[in-house]
Design a binder for this molecule. Structure first.
Ligand SMILES: *Cc1c(COP(=O)(O)O)cnc(C)c1O
Length: 427
């Protein structure tokens, strides 16, 4: 069959019921699976046969939904995780361990920054953070002989910088490492980083993919394009025998298409257990069925709100890559031609304290840590998600202390603008 359009994959991808089977993805709410003989089960444990045995490692409902996201991104293999944090941790830890180094854009989600800069450093993995708009030379200069990956976000949360994915991919490949892209904000509806050279994509499915603020989750997708076997000394975990699996070599047994995800499932999921529940995967799938419609509505609303704020005399600045005079407009035209998602950030004249008082006056737009769902919400990152950062780190991450992150939902834009107008009036 001809390759399907993205909207069709959102609705029907990953699951094709047989004759008389349920039309909706079944929730296989079972931790365990029955076998007739111990030999049958032994083959599964040795990765010699594929099948389910324990839902910490794999579950049919989760696999079905992972297959849909895999198809949307154009990858070869994918897995769900318990959260976006787990997805980014696994994506890096699958190929980097103590003594290794990773280069990452400084404009990333606060939770990811903390994971890298504090927790993973404690595990012995070193990170160098670079500007999201670093030149090829600047990216290159951050590399070391022990660098194992380059990491960035397509649209940074909450800095909203758009990453030049092609440029990052070029430098990563020149240095023999994969480019890992967190594609949470655009979703594969607005951007598919594999088309621009990225090798691994991660998601916090908690955001637009679920889209209703109902289920925390994550996903990792492999493009199958990065050739680990060209650098066996650099990626021994993928290219040499795994003693915890009777000496299986992932690249040999599962090929480039399956090695990365199989290793992350067989080792990391086995040992850390960051699984998504089948119930959550079911809810996530319901969300994905409409994400192609919602991303357009979110982007249209954000554009209307950004233009309103831009022209308001109490607003100091607005950041939305869809605005023609935005520093990332050209990148957005290239990577995000169908919309820049629903998140707009802005600063109110009067700084930090003015930001606080405006937010208090909002009626429809709620103050939430959350972002990227059907209901509009806002957050003051310097006081919440990014409060562990110093002033200098906030500036480097593109999150000045007066920044308000506004996540435009799919309500009517007129009502969002009216709510902002009345709140600004009180200043
Ligand atoms: C929210 C978010 C994460 C973390 O995801 P959780 O599902 O909250 O663990 C990672 N990356 C980005 C870009 C995010 O917005």
């Amino acid at each position: 069959m001809k390759k399907q359009e993205i909207g069709t994959v959102c609705v029907q991808g990953g699951y094709t019921p047989g004759n008389g089977e349920p039309r909706q993805v079944p929730i296989i709410q079972s931790t365990t699976f029955k076998y007739n003989t111990s030999e049958d089960m032994g083959k599964l444990f040795d990765l010699e046969a594929s099948g389910y045995f324990y839902s910490r490692l794999q579950n049919p409902t989760c696999d079905t939904v992972a297959a849909k996201i895999c198809a949307l991104e154009g990858g070869t293999a994918a897995m769900l995780t318990s959260s976006g944090q787990a997805a980014n941790f696994f994506a890096i830890f699958n190929i980097a361990s103590a003594g290794d180094h990773v280069v990452a854009s400084a404009a990333i989600y606060g939770g990811t920054f903390n994971l890298f800069n504090v927790t993973m450093r404690r595990m012995g993995i070193d990170f160098t953070f670079i500007a999201p708009d670093a030149t090829e030379e600047e990216i290159e200069a951050a590399f070391k002989p022990n660098t194992k990956a380059l990491f960035g976000e397509t649209i940074a949360n909450p800095a909203l910088r758009v990453l030049d994915v092609e440029r990052f991919a070029k430098v990563a490949h020149k240095n023999g490492v994969p480019l890992i892209i967190d594609n949470t904000f655009p979703t594969p509806v607005l951007c598919r980083p594999f088309e621009w050279g990225a090798d691994i994509v991660t998601h916090s499915t908690t955001k637009y993919l679920d889209g209703h603020g109902s289920a925390v989750g994550g996903c990792i997708v492999d493009s199958g394009k990065f050739d680990w076997t060209k650098y066996p000394e650099k990626f021994p975990g993928l290219c040499t025998p795994d003693e915890s699996y009777h000496g299986v070599t992932y690249t040999e047994r599962f090929g480039l298409a399956g090695a990365f995800i199989t290793k992350a499932t067989a080792q990391l999921m086995r040992d850390f257990g960051c699984t998504q529940s089948p119930q959550s995967a079911f809810i996530l799938n319901l969300g994905i069925e409409s994400v192609h419609l919602r991303m357009r509505a979110h982007s249209d609303n954000a554009m209307a709100v950004a233009q309103f704020l831009k022209n308001h005399d109490k607003i100091a600045w607005v950041k939305y890559a869809g605005l023609e005079d935005d520093e990332d407009y050209a990148l957005a035209q290239k990577y995000l031609p169908n919309g820049c998602c629903g998140v707009v950030s802005f600063g109110v004249k009067g700084g930090r304290s003015a930001a606080e008082s405006v937010m208090k006056q909002l009626k429809l737009i709620a103050i939430e840590t959350h972002v990227a769902d059907a209901r509009s919400c806002c957050l003051h990152p310097a006081n919440a998600t990014h409060r562990q950062m110093s002033e200098e780190e906030l500036i480097a991450a593109g999150v000045p202390s007066d920044l308000i992150r506004l996540s435009c939902g799919i309500e009517d834009a007129k009502d969002l603008i009216a709510d902002l107008a009345q709140a600004l009036e009180t200043l």
